[in-house]
Design a protein around this ligand. Structure first.
Ligand SMILES: Nc1ncnc2c1ncn2[C@@H]1O[C@H](COP(=O)(O)OP(=O)(O)OP(=O)(O)O)[C@@H](O)[C@H]1O
Length: 552
């Protein structure tokens, strides 16, 4: 209904055609009545011929109109399917990482499958089912003109099916929601079997995973069977109701015929018309499970739409040179007791170097993500040239911040595609220079496809050291005034670590501001300003703009 209301122009055309179809749908019934009452009584062949041609023309017109109605319904549904799919995928791409914490990865993945369920249920078939409903009244009115008693009986049967449809929706609500959750968990297990294949095998988790998978799939199938029974029950009730309606109409109609208040032709026609009035209610009952699953999916998508998304809009700072102040910052995740840190204040002037250190889980990576604009802090500000980052355009900010995450991941595509994401206008020479700076020239040259090598599975099949160097190369392609580097030397061999130290010195000498999360003693010893993040009270004020020691 909501879909129809959102496209009033198209809906008006759809309803007009549905009204015509309802009228044309009466033709065969009227034909039967006329043949029985006129031709059978008077035997005039011309009458039969005229009636037959008229009925055939009406049936042909009905067929053409049904096709036209499908096209219109498709355009209403198609537009809104596209909007729903784009909206949900857009939310997945822009939801704030901290705000979406209560949503498990499985639940988020399930959202896109829900879009597919909505597409099936609220597609052209679903819209025509809904559009047909009000015209049952039109058909009932025609029936009432022939026999008010028979129309009353038919209306009662329609009401039974409408009640059944409502009851089914209520009975299916909980199983649909449980089914969606369980299906999400099954998908997580499947993802573990694919993406954590080594862990599964080495830690002999096959039996455990198989057991959980079997329990969950049993649950999914059991719910599927239960909802299937509701559907079968609905289908069966529809057939029984249709049959009983026939019996009631013919039985009561026969009494009227014998009493002389109805003729046989009208009784036969009325029986057909009654079936026509009941049909849309039967279809809505049979559609119940599909509709419920889709309604659950749309409700979940709506709930996810309440998660805060990254802001759009904002300004750029044309002359910003990397100076940054973190002021009174606190970050807490929903569902966790207390913030990771609070009252954190750090200033770094343009060209300054700050190392972040502290125990595992202290929040170093989270702080870098907050500075990168990947999540909003719970409290405090991040200021660039005194301007709150929240006032800056995120696109602009990200094009000016070179970021090396702790676990660099890549998108499906080639190495070139991935590096170009950082700076679309970069030439192959630029990319090769950055790869050389990360000591990856040999790696790229040895690969038969060079820059066209495909990075599969987020780059997880690459050696972790190579992946980190590729992450560094990608940060170098951006080459903004501010570098956020999360454990840049972690897991690198001696030569790799030496290359990283050299790059840090080069970048510092070129006036880039560096904020480095690290446990590496070489980097910590070589940096004048070290910020220790050690729990909720780790706030401190840093000295101004230290630079990396040349000794590094
Ligand atoms: N998206 C998230 N949702 C919920 N909790 C998160 C999220 N991201 C990080 N955390 C939590 O925040 C805490 C800090 O994580 P973070 O990765 O910043 O630690 P770290 O100081 O970088 O640790 P390490 O030294 O091991 O790299 C951890 O307890 C982590 O589980």
């Amino acid at each position: 209904m909501a879909r129809l209301a959102r496209a009033p122009g198209e809906t008006a055309r759809l309803l007009a055609i549905t009204a015509l179809l309802a009228v044309l749908g009466l033709t065969v019934s009227l034909f039967v009545m006329q043949v029985l009452n006129r031709y059978v009584t008077h035997g005039v062949s011309a009458t039969l011929l005229t009636l037959t041609v008229g009925a055939l023309l009406a049936v042909t017109a009905e067929h053409q109109l049904r096709k036209l109605r499908w096209v219109i319904a498709e355009s209403i549904a198609g537009d809104q399917d596209r909007r729903l799919a784009t909206g949900v995928f857009g939310l997945l791409l822009t939801a704030d990482l901290r705000a979406q914490t209560p949503w498990s990865a499985a639940a988020r993945e399930e959202l896109m499958r829900g879009v597919e369920r909505a597409r099936v249920a609220f597609g052209p078939a679903g819209l025509t089912v809904v559009a047909d409903l009000p015209f049952s009244l039109l058909v009932l009115t025609v029936l009432a003109l022939l026999s008010p008693t028979l129309a009353g009986i038919t209306a009662a049967f329609c009401a039974v099916l409408a009640f059944q449809a409502w009851l089914d929706q209520r009975r299916l609500a909980t199983p649909s929601a449980t089914l969606s959750r369980a299906a999400g968990e099954v998908n997580t297990l499947v993802a573990s079997a694919v993406h954590a294949a080594e862990t599964v095998r080495h830690f002999r988790a096959q039996t455990v995973l198989m057991g959980r998978w079997q329990r969950l799939t049993e649950q999914v199938w059991a719910i599927g069977d239960r909802t299937g029974w509701v559907q079968i029950g609905g289908a069966s009730l529809t057939q029984v109701t249709q049959a009983l309606l026939g019996v009631a109409i013919v039985g009561v109609g026969a009494l009227q015929v014998v009493a002389g208040t109805l003729d046989v032709g009208t009784l036969v026609g009325a029986n057909l018309i009654a079936g026509r009035a009941l049909m849309p209610f039967g279809r809505i009952v049979q559609y119940g499970r599909t509709l419920r699953a889709a309604a659950t999916a749309v409700a979940e998508a709506r709930r996810f739409a309440e998660v805060a998304v990254e802001r759009s809009g904002g300004r750029a700072l044309p002359s910003w040179n990397g100076a940054l102040t973190v002021q009174d910052l606190a970050i807490a995740f929903p569902g966790q007791d207390g913030p990771l840190f609070s009252n954190l204040t750090v200033s770094v002037a343009a060209g300054g170097v700050v190392a972040l250190t502290g125990r595992n889980g202290a929040g170093k990576s989270v702080l870098l993500k907050a500075i990168a604009g990947l999540m909003e802090p719970s409290q405090g500000q991040i200021l660039a040239d005194g301007v709150d980052r929240r006032l800056l355009a995120l696109d602009w900010w990200r094009s000016r911040v070179s970021y090396l995450p702790q676990e660099p991941l890549f998108l499906p595509g080639t190495l070139r595609d991935n590096l170009r994401l950082a700076r679309p206008e970069a030439s192959d020479d630029d990319l090769l220079r950055c790869l050389a700076d990360a000591d990856l020239s040999g790696f790229v040259e040895r690969h038969p496809q060079h820059l066209d090598m495909v990075l599969d599975n987020g780059g997880r099949t690459l050696a972790p050291g190579i992946r980190r160097r590729l992450g560094l190369a990608r940060a170098l392609v951006t080459d903004g005034p501010l570098y956020l580097l999360d454990e840049p030397s972690e897991g690198l061999d001696r030569e790799g670590a030496r290359v990283v130290y050299q790059r840090l010195i080069d970048l510092a000498q070129r006036g880039r501001t560096l904020i480095i999360a690290t446990h590496d003693p070489v980097i910590l010893n070589g940096t004048h300003c070290v910020v220790h993040l050690d729990g909720p009270r780790s706030g401190l004020r840093s000295p101004e703009a230290p630079t990396l020691r040349a000794a590094l």
